[in-house]
Design a binder for this molecule. Structure first.
Ligand SMILES: [Zn+2]
Length: 459
């Protein structure tokens, strides 16, 4: 058997984000094939064979690749609309446009969403896609293709909506699937695309959209489907006070009790937002090991509120970070969410003790790996784990005068990415995508955004 090709990275600071938060002020990593072989202080060991590349990473911090846990890629082509709305008004304003998307649009939008995140240090992405207009083509396939081409690890959360206005839901009647259609298409997507093996590049989760757009039966049967297939479950929960009122009026209980009653709490579930949680809701998440995707910028954009992240963490709830769809977070970047998570949470009850820089970095890396069910593979830099990592350049005007590299990364300006690796393969160099043409993506996303606006205006 041929020896694995080795890549050596040296002279960098390293934040491993392992269980002890081990850091090396000056250290090295050795990658072998798709794995991290070894890492530690000082220079790499002498006499390594089969070294195909040696990177002098002086002036850099190396961290695990960032893991995004909540997004809606298609929204890339509806950014900058309904900019002064709360969640429900924003949804009602945008549903009619979203209901006109097709495969060409979702492919371009996925490229745009992925490109923006990947060049900012994301190595594992996810897309919660829940709008499937009749006759719109293979939307799931187009999204998965975009991720595969860019070289990023990916979870498609196959969403669905079947509770429209006529059933007391929020989406218009023409924007939803039937219960049977949604379940059958979700199962087909799992069968076609889900890879359960170690190091998988594509996984699928079952992901009905939210209590206010999905029937109780779809929640129940969706959970059963996911468990029968052995895949994870994802949805939106406890995002706004309006959602809480909606659940109380329709179901006679708050969102967390409703989720529990439909089989939606468990260690195989992660939920976006979780802003409006009382102590017993947090206890229920901790008891069941249900995960949370914290989306601070989107929650601020839609005036949803501040999630109780310090309380969730203290209770032992797994928490990752999410960009959320770019119609409610136009920047579409995850590395800036490290800073936003820290700052937003300090505006909450715990004030300056809410989160520190290392906790913020953990949310964006290991925490994300946990909620996606991939902590044995990614999320920290440890021998045997997959070689998904980022070299952040911290020796320029933006960061050079900050002594501590993790503080520089989290508190400072968005740091440039010199290189980003997935499975030991480089996918970003000097802030540019290596496997996709950013300028071509910029053009196609602009064109598809205009085409969608035109079709929506004619409808
Ligand atoms: Zn969302």
């Amino acid at each position: 058997m041929a020896a694995e090709r080795r890549v050596v990275i040296e002279n960098c600071s390293i934040a491993t984000v392992d269980a002890d938060d081990t850091e090396y002020p000056t250290g090295h990593l050795v990658l072998a094939g798709d794995r991290i072989e070894s890492l530690g202080a000082g220079r790499a060991p002498e006499g390594l064979e089969n070294v195909v590349r040696r990177i002098d990473a002086t002036g850099h911090l190396v961290t695990p690749g960032l893991v995004n846990t909540h997004h809606h890629f298609y929204q890339w082509i509806t950014r900058g609309l309904a900019t002064d709305h709360n969640l429900f008004d924003w949804l009602v304003a945008l549903y009619p446009t979203w209901a006109r998307i097709d495969e060409r649009m979702t492919y371009a939008a996925a490229q745009g969403s992925l490109g923006m995140m990947v060049r900012g240090g994301v190595t594992t992405a996810m897309d919660h896609h829940y709008v499937f207009p009749r006759g719109s083509g293979d939307l799931s396939g187009s999204i998965i293709r975009a991720a595969r081409e860019m070289g990023v690890r990916f979870t498609l959360a196959r969403g669905s909506m079947d509770r429209s206005e006529k059933d007391g839901g929020l989406p218009p009647d023409f924007a939803v699937e039937s219960l049977d259609e949604a379940l059958a298409a979700t199962e087909a997507t799992v069968d076609e695309h889900h890879d359960a093996s170690f190091g998988a590049m594509t996984q699928v989760a079952v992901a009905p959209c939210s209590p206010f757009s999905v029937s109780t039966e779809l929640m129940r049967q969706g959970a059963e489907l996911a468990r029968r297939k052995g895949v994870r479950l994802h949805t939106h929960g406890s995002e706004t006070v309006e959602e809480e009122q909606f659940c109380k009026e329709l179901f006679g209980m708050g969102p967390t009790d409703y989720f529990e009653s439909t089989g939606w709490l468990g260690e195989d579930v992660w939920m976006a937002h979780c802003v409006h949680m009382n102590d017993s809701d947090i206890d229920a998440f901790a008891r069941t090991r249900t995960g949370v995707a914290h989306c601070p910028s989107s929650n601020a954009r839609l005036a949803a509120g501040i999630a109780r992240v310090p309380d969730l963490l203290a209770a032992g709830v797994p928490v990752g970070l999410g960009v959320d769809g770019t119609a409610s977070n136009e920047s579409g970047e995850l590395h800036t969410e490290l800073r936003n998570a820290l700052l937003v949470n300090r505006l909450g009850a715990h004030r300056e003790a809410a989160l520190n820089a290392r906790q913020a970095l953990r949310l964006g890396t290991y925490g994300g790996a946990q909620v996606l069910g991939r902590a044995p593979e990614i999320g920290s830099l440890e021998p045997g784990k997959l070689a998904d990592l980022v070299l952040w350049k911290l020796d320029t005007l933006a960061h050079a005068s900050i002594a501590d590299p993790v503080t520089a990364l989290v508190f400072g300006a968005a740091a440039p990415v010199t290189a980003s690796f997935v499975n030991g393969e480089q996918i970003v160099e000097n802030g540019r995508l290596l496997r996709a043409d950013e300028d071509a993506i910029a053009r196609s996303t602009r064109d598809e955004a205009r085409r969608l606006a035109r079709i929506a205006a004619q409808a």
